[in-house]
Ligand binder design. Structure first.
Ligand code: NAP
Length: 329
């Protein structure tokens, strides 16, 4: 194994603002792992919409400047702190958090946020597990309390969280409907767990979904774009149905009338509210999926480190998602 270098290429953010504040530096010191941490040579890092809000300075939590974004990396362990017992040099791993940021050649992560990456998944797939799959699992089971046999609509199924949600729901015995906004996206959603797909750019697609339930409505909606869809979602639910707000891009208005006849629940999900037990439960389910083969992250657009600004631009403004966006380091 190559020895660890002293300096690395990494994206640094020194001021909050537009994607151009993501600067590639070549002389960032390689971090040292503290006693419960591992140092990882990063091979890929997932890009999440949340990272654009943190970079813009509009998220509730702000990192201390300068910082390197990125929590969902995969790579190879190159050094371990003296109290680390679970990992050794050479292990293939992925993380659910990093301490020094993942848009970089090296990062350190606390041992309890690092997981072994099974051989059958490549590094890009490893970087697509954390936020998407843990959020999708939390939405479906820990927030919606979904039960096999229920009908789930993954409203926005072609991106990182959506594909994860379709794979999970299908594996656990739900009837899965997914939406996408492009022909390629629709196909991919169908290949990744959905029983039926609908185009959320078509005018009458909500009616088509209702018809597919024979007028009964769906039990659960995992909603990626609540500001656009929440009002329609409430009309599409069956009695006692639940809409889980996973994502949104702005404020929204609903008519309380739509909540009266069917007593629906509107429930938010935030992966960052997960307790240690929640992470453990989700990890057990997801590792079951990796072992039996149903958990297979679908990789969409790939960018080199220097194109991080373009990636941030695209994840917010480009439509026609085809899986998880990743940086290849
Ligand atoms: P992504 O990969 O960029 O995917 C975005 C998805 O939204 C695509 O499937 C896209 O479909 C779909 N979409 C676009 N317009 C839509 C519309 N009008 N109706 C329904 N869907 C529409 O993003 P992601 O990583 O999957 O994340 C999705 C959302 O969840 C983001 O808002 C993110 O911030 C949020 N999120 C929240 C949590 C949490 O803990 N609450 C965790 C992770 C992510 P097309 O491109 O095919 O049109």
């Amino acid at each position: 194994m190559a020895s660890v270098e002293r300096f690395m290429r990494a994206i640094r953010v020194s001021e909050f603002g537009s994607p151009e504040v993501l600067k590639l530096l070549t002389d960032v010191p390689v971090p040292l792992p503290a006693e419960n941490q591992v140092l990882i040579r990063v091979h890929a890092c997932g890009i999440n919409p949340l990272e654009t809000c943190i970079r813009a300075g509009t998220f509730a939590w702000k990192p201390t400047l300068p910082y390197t974004p990125g929590s969902d990396i995969s790579g190879i362990v190159v050094d371990v702190g003296r109290n680390v017992t679970t990992f050794k040099k050479g292990d293939r791993v992925f993380t659910t958090a990093t301490i020094t940021g993942g848009y970089a050649e090296y990062t350190v992560a606390s041992e309890d946020t690092v997981y072994q990456l099974p051989e059958q998944l490549n590094f890009k797939q490893g970087a697509a597990i954390s936020i998407p799959y843990f959020a999708a699992y939390r939405a479906l089971f820990q927030r919606a309390h979904g039960k096999p046999g229920e009908v789930v609509l993954v409203h926005g199924a072609s991106g990182g969280v959506g594909i994860a949600a379709c794979q999970i729901a299908r594996a656990f015995g739900f009837k899965v409907f997914g939406t996408a906004g492009s022909p390629k996206g629709l196909n991919l959603v169908l290949q990744n767990g959905a029983h039926q797909v609908f185009n959320h750019r078509e005018k009458d697609y909500i009616e088509k979904i209702r018809e597919a339930t024979e007028g009964e409505g769906v039990h659960i909606i995992l909603e990626m774009m609540a500001d656009v869809n929440l009002s329609n979602d409430l009309k599409l639910l069956t009695t006692g149905g639940r809409v889980i707000i996973v994502g949104y891009r702005g404020p929204f208005e609903i008519n309380p009338t739509d909540t009266m006849t069917k007593e629906p629940s509107i429930i938010a999900v935030s992966i960052f509210n997960s307790t240690k037990d929640d992470w453990k439960e989700a990890a057990a389910a997801l590792f079951g999926g990796m072992e039996s083969g149903w958990l297979k992250p679908l990789i969409g657009p790939e960018y080199p480190l220097e194109k991080a600004p373009q990636a941030h631009e695209d994840i917010m403004h480009k439509s026609g998602a085809t899986g998880k966006m990743v940086l290849v380091v």
